[in-house]
Write a protein that binds this ligand. Sequence first.
Ligand SMILES: O=C(O)CCc1cccc(O)c1
Length: 515
Amino acid sequence: MKQVDVAIVGFGPSGVVAAGLLGQAGLQVYACDRQVGVYEIPRAISLDHEIMRVFQQLGVIDAIQPYTEAFTPSEFYGVDGQMIRRMTMVAPPFPQGYTPSLVFSQPPVERALRERVQRLPNVRVELGAEATGVQQDAQGATLQVRGADGVQHAVRAKYVIACDGGSSFVRMQLDLPLEDLDFDEPWLVVDVLVNERGLAKLPKVSVQYCEPERPCTLVIGPKNHRRWEISLKPGEDPKQAATPEQTWKLLSRWLTPDDGELWRQASYRFHALVAARWREGRVFLAGDAAHMQPPFLGQGMCQGIRDVANLSWKLAAVLKGEVQGAAAESLLDSYGTERKAHVRELTSRIKGVGAVICVRDEAQARARDAKLLADCGGVVKDTPRQDILPRLEGGCLAPRDTTGRGTLFPQPRLAASGALMDHAVGGGWRLVLAAGADAPADVPQGIAVVALQRTPETEGVVARWMQKHGCDAALVRPDHYVYGTGLGRVDTQELLAEWRQRWPAPAPQRETATA
Ligand SMILES: O=C(O)CCc1cccc(O)c1
């Protein structure tokens, strides 16, 4: 029987990223998927700078960049076509080193991720292979797999990650319930490859048509890819709506069949669901297996990649013995604590955006328009999409709450090498000290010190972040989230002392680097 550290069920975006991160950490990894190829029609269309930073860690930025473009602003139009809200990006300089919101073409990006994973000799990927059972005991978990040849075999793993989608076999096997966050509706998603003639007719920004008659969304995708999300009315037959004839009728306000080619149209019911528990012993849920959200912020794939980025460094720390016993269990439990709270909060914010878009009563929609315009004094202000993302709460964070704790730390470009910080110092634990901050006398083994006094940043993204959060030091986790912040030598030394207590013995093995 094959023995591995981690077995991953599902090799979509979350599964392939998990395999890459764990493989790069030097672990023995097995991944399987029922499907052989990547799904050739994009399901996700948007990603953000946090995900680009994960792709940077995987070394695929150059391979995927040709398939990404900056997200246009999204304008929300009210009952009379007036703008009532506008979502944009944070302004440059970009805090994570990448364009903050992007659209992308999923199939080539997934292919680039798979190619990366293929180059890792310690990751074995079995495609066309279906998980048929999972059992666990005190020492590990056994995954039963039916291979592409129909022959049943078993894989023994210390941990299993279920990235097997919304109808996750593993989640069902373990009988892990989903909590319903109470927002589901029937919609039609339509992807069109629009020709020159069609492009000339379409808006140049993405649009949320907050129209009571039929709320809908137009997303400006990469190149000539345009996506519509169109609500279905009570009594409309979802199957009928997804026929080419009916889809063109629904698109007739924008395009005719001479303006482009229907790439995909599918009616579906969106949901707001989150797994009640994300861990059952040695098995973890991630991606759509753990949550589903309405489409209004395009966060589906981002949330799955956040899951596996959060889990991978924790599994690696435990499997390498850097943290043991109760501390190891607590670190692994922190995955579900952090991610579930984050998913719940972001889903509730997505519901808030959906609630603006989906008002079906005209009088209520007019009242909504009037209120939104009154709230901004009649001049719509830009809301950066990133401002809507919550910070992490609970879990593996310093006990003392500070406003920076649990947020994604910026990635500065360092003057000395011209490189982005993660390239220069790697992705482990880092203590980042603002220019002018006093260095603490005693930094625990395993934490790299990035002193911006010695190695200045070029664009001031960390300086601005420190100023905003009233600190001059940040202890940053391997997934780039801020464990805690300090102000002054004594405060920062206390932060480090608490961290050292949390990781009792042995200390992380990684060599301490400095920049
Ligand atoms: O962030 C935005 O402006 C819209 C994101 C989005 C992406 C995909 C579908 C959808 O309904 C909205």
